[in-house]
Design a protein around this ligand. Structure first.
Ligand SMILES: [Zn+2]
Length: 342
């Protein structure tokens, strides 16, 4: 066994004794999964009469600080029962869990008999959750929805085999997060936070505006990316998206959250059709206007209905414009850009 493995075993042992041999209700261990080691457990916390999900990034865990260094989220007994019953039903129909050939990546899940009222469930898989264990997959998605987003790459990988492709498993994007107060590392890795801060401080969040219940932003990286953050103030839940190629929560989202917190609003220009001409982009967005970020190659650079950046001809074949500017910046920047085109 390598030294690194020994250190991990040691950490797991320390965690075990930390919990004073208390049997977890659910335990999920991803060993050397994508070169990382994550340990997740769900326990009943008698003192508060709640169920808590806790996660430990074993590669960074300092065993001397187990008490102070852990994240947790409350989960509900009804949820747990719901999933465990489904998993039991699934497993009843399966005589033997097929094991993959690869022996390097190991996923291990344990569900205690306290939850099953029957016998404990112990599932060991190599690398993937197979299609026929759909209920198990749903439960894992549920678990990952309650832990920081930085672990999401694991989830995508685990789920990749579900539909036989590398497409990501569709997960519910609504997450618990206080947009104005929560620590960023609840969502992002350290590396992403550093890059997000860097983007923000270099003024790369070039537009940011709140329209209805959504923040919409454009971040200029290697390309320009569009970020949406829908925030439910009352329930402190959030849905986020960025159209960059990153599979998980990216530096653009991070930079936008920082900009929101710093109140660095930079409103979009707004343009709309003069007439409802039936040519390109005939469907007006839900706002009856388009958000515009400037003019490029003699075209308006706008955000289309799919949340991507698109280009709209300023002039039609008769050299007349179909557009009017309905909101410009104070210094009339868009109007000035338009004059230059003429
Ligand atoms: Zn992005």
């Amino acid at each position: 066994m390598e030294t690194k493995d020994l250190i991990l075993q040691e950490k797991l042992k320390k965690l075990d004794s930390h919990f004073k041999k208390q049997k977890p209700l659910v335990e999920l261990y991803l060993e050397k999964y994508e070169k990382c080691n994550v340990y997740i457990r769900i326990d009943y916390i008698k003192k508060y009469d709640t169920y808590q999900i806790r996660w430990y990034d074993l590669d960074f865990l300092d065993v001397k600080k187990i008490d102070s260094l852990f994240g947790y989220e409350t989960v509900y007994r009804e949820d747990l029962n719901y999933y465990v019953n489904l998993i039991k039903k699934d497993l009843k129909n399966i005589t033997k869990i097929e094991e993959k050939e690869e022996k390097t990546d190991i996923f291990h899940m344990y569900i205690s008999d306290n939850l099953t009222n029957d016998k404990e469930i112990n599932i060991r898989l190599n690398k993937y959750v197979p299609v026929y264990l759909k209920a198990l997959a749903d439960f894992i998605v549920y678990i990952f929805n309650n832990i920081p987003r930085k672990f999401e790459p694991f989830l995508f990988k685990l789920m990749a085999e579900l539909d036989g492709t590398t497409n990501r498993y569709e997960i519910k994007k609504s997450i618990k997060f206080n947009l104005y107060k929560d620590y960023l590392d609840k969502l992002f890795s350290r590396e992403v936070i550093v890059r997000g801060e860097n983007y923000f401080s270099r003024g790369k969040v070039i537009f940011l505006e709140k329209i209805n219940d959504r923040y919409i932003a454009v971040v200029e990286g290697s390309k320009k990316y569009v970020v949406f953050i829908k925030y439910d103030e009352k329930n402190k839940t959030m849905e986020m998206s960025c159209n960059c190629p990153s599979d998980f929560y990216c530096k653009h989202l991070c930079a936008v959250i920082i900009a929101i917190r710093e109140k660095k609003i930079k409103k979009f220009y707004k343009i709309s059709f003069i007439k409802n001409e039936k040519d390109m982009l005939e469907k007006i967005t839900e706002f009856n206007y388009y958000l515009c970020i400037g003019i490029k190659n003699e075209k308006f650079e706008i955000i289309d209905d799919y949340g991507n950046i698109a280009y709209a001809d300023i002039y039609n074949d008769n050299h007349k414009t179909n557009w009017k500017i309905i909101e410009d910046s104070k210094d009339k920047k868009l109007n000035k850009m338009l004059e230059e085109v003429i």
